[in-house]
Ligand binder design. Structure first.
Ligand SMILES: [Zn+2]
Length: 516
């Protein structure tokens, strides 16, 4: 703490000595250079060792719902409090366990009676809560008859529910976006139950057991075959009785949120990293690295007279579906969202066979997902400029919502960040740029027990911590490069973040086709 004060005073005298004009005062530049000098890879490594020790003391993991996560949460909260931050714990929910007590019921009660066969015509959609409802069915943007190849976007956009009558059971067709998006939109529209049916192409007609793999607020829901959906859709005045009997146990855990005492609360610079590991290992690169790096940045800048409020977030439950960040964003009013001018995300920043990848906020790579909300391009450019100043190359990585920035861009908050690679394979071109080994994974221990303190590249950790410090300090003093938020973004439709759980489903089923 004392060291910080000393340096701070020096920096202020330097600023005064330079006699920079007030309007272009250059404080961003001064404090960015200062913070980059202050942050140390060796300090980050100490935090990583602490997280490793926590894992070791708690069965080798730091996953959501385990004592290893709780100890990690307490560790960062204590450090932040000691540094002088206002620290809060935000409770969030996740699925602790789910079991079906009895087969579900789905029956047409009007205009005629017909009972469908559970676990054949339809299945409970995991993790559906228990519930029983009899209500009219309303189709949502259905494509019937189905097109020869999958095209249905039923329920993918909130606008699909524009004419939906609250209290009814939503009838939604599989296709295009993750099931979880359809579930969220139906629940938000006031549906009391949800029937999602298979889209109807060859190979996409049957019902089968499905698991969203995450918790997003629930109404009783089932997954039906195409024939059931088609019949309900073509029966005017269809009313059904829907019943799910399951035991859903929700667990509770916390995000850790820390805010600077100084700074304009109408202009918030938000900086996040997920703190939870998977259940397979200690998660030191994924994502002890991002957590430890932003913790070091937070500690070193704690006493800066920042112009904009800086808010650090250590997310829970990223690995089980971005639940911490999603529930955080969901808890904010539109006005609170509008005050978050940028969101910076750091998830894996010290990968052994690393590449310096920046989220492709401007979609200049033209692969995968579209560009991020306005301002995302500028964040990418600012990060790139830092590496450029060191003579270091960067490459883009698709802005696909695969980490905690997903819920932010989904509501129109510009975002950016650094990623040094996960299970993907390093290309020859990247090996030429960054060194390391082409043809093997960036992180051969991704989501495994060997993601330990030994799974950290010290060079990448050091450089990336500097890059984080540089960008956080610049935005803390100067947000002029970020365009003002024009209209409240309603863009769930445009940015549908896939999730880690989504990717896990891909792994389990061998193809995204099964999931979407
Ligand atoms: Zn991660």
């Amino acid at each position: 703490m004392r060291r910080v004060i000393t340096i701070l005073v020096t920096a202020l005298s330097v600023t005064i000595a330079m006699a920079v004009p007030a309007n272009a005062d250059g404080l961003d530049d001064v404090f960015a250079k200062l913070l980059v000098k202050q942050v140390k890879g060796t300090n980050v490594a100490k935090h990583l060792q602490a997280l490793q020790d926590i894992a070791t003391a708690h069965g080798g993991i730091r996953a959501t719902g385990t004592s290893g996560y709780d100890a990690s949460r307490d560790y960062v909260a204590n450090k932040l409090r000691k540094a002088g931050y206002k620290v809060t714990r935000q409770p969030i929910n996740f699925v602790e366990s789910w079991a079906e007590n009895a087969p579900p019921t789905l029956a047409l009660t009007a205009p005629s009676a017909k009972t469908y066969l559970p676990n054949e015509d339809f299945f409970t959609f995991q993790p559906s809560p228990s519930g029983e409802v009899t209500a009219p069915v309303q189709g949502v943007d259905l494509t019937l008859p189905p097109t020869p190849t999958p095209t249905s976007t039923s329920g993918c956009e909130a606008a699909d529910f524009a004419g939906f009558v609250a209290g009814r059971i939503a009838l939604v067709q599989r296709g295009t976006c993750p099931f979880v998006t359809k579930v969220q939109n139906a629940a938000a529209a006031g549906a009391t139950g949800l029937i999602i049916f298979n889209e109807g192409q060859p190979g996409r007609t049957d019902a089968f057991p499905l698991d969203i793999g995450e918790w997003r607020g629930g109404i009783p829901m089932v997954f039906a075959d195409f024939a059931v959906g088609n019949e309900l859709a073509s029966t005017p005045g269809a009313t059904v009785h829907l019943k799910v009997d399951a035991n859903l146990v929700l667990g509770s855990t916390d995000n850790v949120i820390a805010e600077t005492r100084f700074g304009d609360p109408r202009n918030v610079v938000m900086v996040g990293a997920h703190l939870d590991s998977v259940t397979a290992g200690p998660g030191i690169n994924d994502n002890g690295s991002g957590s430890a790096a932003i913790l070091e940045v937070a500690e070193e800048m704690a006493l800066y007279p920042v112009r904009n409020k800086v808010r650090f977030a250590f997310w829970a439950a990223e690995e089980i579906g971005l639940l911490g960040s999603d529930q955080y964003v969901g808890s904010l009013s539109q006005a609170q969202r509008d005050r978050i001018r940028v969101y910076l995300n750091f998830d894996m920043v010290a990968t052994p066979n690393y590449a310096y990848k920046l989220y492709d906020g401007d979609n200049s790579d033209n692969v995968g997902s579209p560009a991020g909300p306005p301002g995302s391009a500028e964040i990418e450019q600012q990060l790139a400029a830092f590496y450029g100043s060191r003579g270091l190359p960067t490459v883009g990585t698709d802005f696909d919502g695969r980490s905690d920035y997903g819920p932010f861009i989904a509501v129109g908050i510009p975002a950016g960040g650094i990623f040094t690679g996960a299970e993907g394979i390093k290309t020859a071109a990247e090996a030429a740029l960054f060194g390391g080994t082409a043809g093997v994974a960036y992180d051969a221990c991704y989501h495994q027990a060997c993601d330990t303190i030994a799974n950290i590249n010290a060079t990448a950790l050091d450089v990336d911590t500097d890059a984080i410090a540089d960008s956080v300090a610049r935005y803390a003093f100067n947000l002029r490069s970020i365009p003002p938020r024009v209209a409240p973004a309603t863009s769930r439709a445009r940015f549908t973040p896939p999730t880690s759980a989504f990717l896990d489903v891909l792994t389990r089923t061998g193809g995204k086709d099964t999931f979407r």
